[in-house]
Write a protein that binds this ligand. Structure first.
Ligand SMILES: Nc1ncnc2c1ncn2[C@@H]1O[C@H](COP(=O)(O)OP(=O)(O)OP(=O)(O)O)[C@@H](O)[C@H]1O
Ligand SMILES: [Mg+2]
Length: 324
């Protein structure tokens, strides 16, 4: 088991208010698997990603544990974390410009990283860099190595960041909306590339996306997040065929997807996600839930095993306990 997150909570305090962005979540990323994390904006996906990388700002208060290869990385020093980040865990995110150094050429940034992480000569590192640029579909790769980040378009910078991160050959790649700024064909190419590299490098991936289609096609396991809580976990094919949580049902109903039978799903999500400063009582989805009943505003449902997956909804858990 490469990554095991147990009871992770993250809160931020400012001006006398506390926002709990992530609330007691637990999940695992086994070796060589792609786990997808979905949820609306503000649900806590990026805070989860940054917690795993231990890159949250100092005002964030974390509890629980993040076990990487059995070791809790939560209490490690910055020096210890630096050796894990990069060579063991890599992060790609939506804003590529923040990850690229504007004063060094692309080749400079890549070759140095490859020499350091793969223990090869500079000449060999240059060839590897060219191969990686070709893999992320950057044309004229050999020529492009001498260019600086500002000479690339935003979509190309995104691909550059992916190439640079992958040149470190991480064992766990955290990809936070990695294809959000790319057009559909490039998106598909990048996702295919990530899948190929997963095999080639024995890498696991935490793939964060708003796009349920992306999750369905690329992930072995899917985590659905709502206002800081995980509300459903399972295999994408099963969740798409038969979503149990009304929130998952609404997310799937709202988008065209390869697995959903639209006739089975009638509810589409209404209203905005509530402010994390004023969380609803009981199940935090109940004010927007078309199936809510009295208990839902009184008691918070726990994530419980139901039919080979986990769901945090009284309807799902009661239906199975009644049928026992
Ligand atoms: N540094 C911070 N200080 C205070 N609150 C924060 C901070 N970072 C995130 N939050 C809050 O934590 C919650 C979760 O944010 P997060 O960025 O993880 O959402 P997300 O699911 O990644 O959304 P999106 O899909 O828009 O990227 C939000 O309410 C956000 O305002
Ligand atoms: Mg985010």
């Amino acid at each position: 088991m490469s990554l095991k997150v147990e009871n992770l909570s993250v809160s931020f305090s400012s001006g006398g208010h506390t926002v709990t962005a992530v609330d007691h979540i637990s999940f695992e990323i086994p070796d060589k698997t792609i786990v997808g994390l979905v949820g609306e904006s503000g649900s806590g996906k990026s805070v989860t990603a940054m917690s795993v990388m231990q890159l949250l700002p100092p005002q964030a208060v974390l509890s629980g544990s993040i076990l990487w290869k059995g070791q809790n990385i939560m209490g490690l020093s910055n020096t210890q974390l630096r050796s894990i980040r990069g060579s063991e865990m890599g992060l790609i995110f939506q804003n590529p410009l923040a990850a690229l150094n504007p004063v060094f050429s692309v080749g400079n940034q890549m070759i140095e990283t490859i020499v350091l992480h793969q223990n090869v000569s500079t000449a060999r590192a240059r060839d590897i860099a060219i191969e990686l640029l070709q893999k992320v579909q950057i044309p004229d790769a050999a020529l492009r190595l001498d260019h600086y980040p500002h000479q690339f378009s935003l979509g190309m910078c995104q691909r550059l960041m992916i190439a640079i991160t992958l040149s470190m050959r991480p064992k766990l790649l955290i990809a936070d909306e990695p294809t959000a700024s790319l057009d559909v064909t490039v998106q598909a190419q990048i996702l295919t590339l990530l899948n190929d590299l997963k095999e080639e490098l024995d890498m696991s991936i935490l793939l964060i996306s708003h796009d349920l289609g992306v999750i369905a096609q690329n992930c072995d396991e899917m985590l659905v997040m709502y206002l800081g809580k995980l509300i459903e976990k399972g295999k994408p094919s099963e969740l798409f065929k038969h979503p149990m949580h009304p929130y998952t049902q609404a997310l799937i109903a709202a988008i065209p997807s390869p697995f959903s039978k639209r006739s089975e799903v009638t509810h589409v999500l209404k209203g905005d996600i509530p402010s994390p400063l004023h969380l609803p009582s009981g199940c935090r989805f109940h004010p927007r839930c078309p199936k809510a009943f009295a208990l839902c505003s009184e008691k918070e449902p726990r994530l419980e095993p139901v039919c080979g997956r986990e769901v945090a909804c009284f309807l799902a858990t009661e239906a199975t306990s009644n049928s026992r």
